[in-house]
Design a protein around this ligand. Structure first.
Ligand SMILES: NC(=O)c1ccc[n+]([C@@H]2O[C@H](COP(=O)([O-])OP(=O)(O)OC[C@H]3O[C@@H](n4cnc5c(N)ncnc54)[C@H](O)[C@@H]3O)[C@@H](O)[C@H]2O)c1
Length: 448
């Protein structure tokens, strides 16, 4: 099938590569000419495991093309995907400007029957707005071209995006058009062989499904952070509590890790956007507001522990920071907890020596060369001249560190474990003060 994808970000590029891998002819269109030129040279602008060889292979085979020409994009695809960003607006609701710009572009160039597939995460009712924008442009041109708009939200996870796309848990298709559904079922058939993954529904339900999924996941995290904060105060260890509740199959072990708050390009903005959608429809989504508020506090947690450790005197201190990306296996720093920590440390007059396996270039792009930030090529190099260590992202490389070396290199050995990666006793036995999230037992022991 001939497919066009508008937007070559995490979703668009991965979707394009996976569809090309299945033999489709995919044209990816982006307004960022520099990004398109890099992709054409075989350079992948993001770090996503497994993506580079897949893009190169399909590009070389002529099944995956990149361009900036929107007219050529609309002419190419029987299915035209919209996979552009939907960042938060000033008031937290989803900014649809990029989605609607693509809709207008499609309307300006559409000729034959086309299925317009919205993959961006968009508020309920956006399919109608996309349809209206295309229809307006067609009316202006005096052209009567047939098209359908389908809501097909994306559930891939950064860091695992290629695998998620090749083996999706579910494929949600929101449409009332049999013709459009047939085309999408054909396109997705190779991803749907093992068992039925397609969940058919109306467009509005599909749009809400995406927000509900992300809001549920964010809720699980904030819930566990809430429990962690209680555990800390009552002298319990949230890691034991986590295992104790995860054993109940109705709860399960997935996604109940306490930590330094959730970040990324999706959870923060999607929880906010769903809350704003509810409000716009006269409903106060109190739970969502609480999920956000708990997370905002949680992102301050490591700083508070560090400040408490130094009796409030953080100025002039140097904090080694392991992990900058918002989660492992990505270089995405959008809303990353590390950013909040670094920025708060800088405000308090402290410096940061940071290491991340993949996100150093992105950190440099975001913050430039600035006082108080040294980016290191090795985790242990970040410890040289640092007072304490904070671990913010749970990259595998941080899981079994050389504690003796950490103790030797830090000026005042203390470890702030923002993802509860370590056994507090083992760390303390190595001569390093340990601070975790919701690990009241070790804090209580130290206070004794
Ligand atoms: N990143 C994720 O893990 C993820 C997962 C599921 C859903 N989503 C949703 O998918 C959408 C895209 O997210 P992303 O992370 O891939 O975004 P991104 O910011 O990585 O990429 C968006 C791309 O769209 C391009 N673009 C903007 N306007 C354009 C236009 N008019 N024509 C062509 N290209 C244009 C930008 O240049 C950019 O390359 C968002 O709505 C997001 O919420 C993201």
């Amino acid at each position: 099938m001939k497919v066009t994808i508008f937007g070559t970000g995490y979703v668009g590029l991965v979707t394009g590569a996976c569809l090309a891998e299945m033999g489709n002819h995919v044209l990816c269109v982006d307004v960022d000419a520099d990004k398109v030129a890099r992709l054409d040279r075989g350079e992948i602008p993001i770090y996503e495991p497994g993506l580079e060889p897949m893009v190169r292979r399909n590009h070389a085979a002529g099944r995956l093309m990149f361009g900036t020409d929107a007219a050529a994009g609309v002419a190419h695809g029987q299915a035209v995907f919209i996979a552009v960003g939907t960042p938060p607006d000033e008031d937290g609701s989803a900014d649809l400007r990029y989605v609607l710009a693509v809709a207008k572009t499609i309307g300006r160039h559409l000729s034959g029957y086309t299925v317009v597939v919205n993959k961006s995460t968009v508020p309920v009712g956006t399919a109608d707005r996309v349809r209206a924008a295309i229809a307006d442009e067609l009316a202006t041109r005096g052209v009567d071209a047939a098209f359908d708009v389908v809501s097909n939200p994306e559930f891939l996870k950064e860091g695992d995006a290629v695998d998620d796309c090749m083996r999706p848990d579910r494929i949600v298709i929101g449409s009332s058009s049999e013709r459009a559904v047939h085309l999408l079922k054909t396109l997705y058939a190779p991803f749907n062989r093992n068992h039925e993954r397609i969940v058919l529904m109306d467009e509005r339900s599909a749009e809400l499904t995406k927000y509900a999924a992300n809001a549920m996941l964010a809720t699980k995290i904030s819930f566990m952070n809430e429990v962690a904060n209680i555990a800390e105060r009552v002298g319990a260890d949230v890691e034991l509590v986590r295992q104790g509740i995860g054993a109940d199959p109705r709860i399960g072990y997935h996604f109940i890790y306490p930590g330094a708050g959730y970040g990324g390009s999706c959870f923060p903005k999607d929880v906010q956007a769903l809350e704003r959608t509810a409000r716009a429809h006269g409903y106060e989504a109190r739970l969502l507001g609480a999920v956000e508020a708990v997370n905002a506090d949680q992102k301050r947690k490591l700083f508070e522990l560090i400040a408490r450790h130094f009796g409030g005197a953080v100025e002039g201190k140097t904090v080694a920071l392991w992990g900058l990306a918002f989660k492992p296996n990505t270089d995405d720093m959008r809303e990353a907890s590390s950013r909040r920590l670094m920025e708060t440390l800088w405000e308090a007059g402290a410096s940061v020596h940071a290491f991340d396996p993949e996100a150093r270039a992105e950190t440099r792009r975001l913050y430039g060369e600035r006082a108080g930030l040294v980016l290191c090529d090795d985790p242990y190099a970040a410890l040289e001249g640092a007072d304490v260590l904070a671990v913010v992202t749970e990259w595998k490389i941080f899981r079994s560190p050389d504690f003796a070396r950490i103790r030797e290199l830090l000026r005042t050995p203390a470890l702030f474990d923002g993802r509860n990666l370590y056994d507090p006793e083992a760390v303390e036995q190595a001569g390093i003060a340990y601070y975790g999230i919701g690990r009241g037992r070790s804090i209580a022991a130290r206070a004794d």
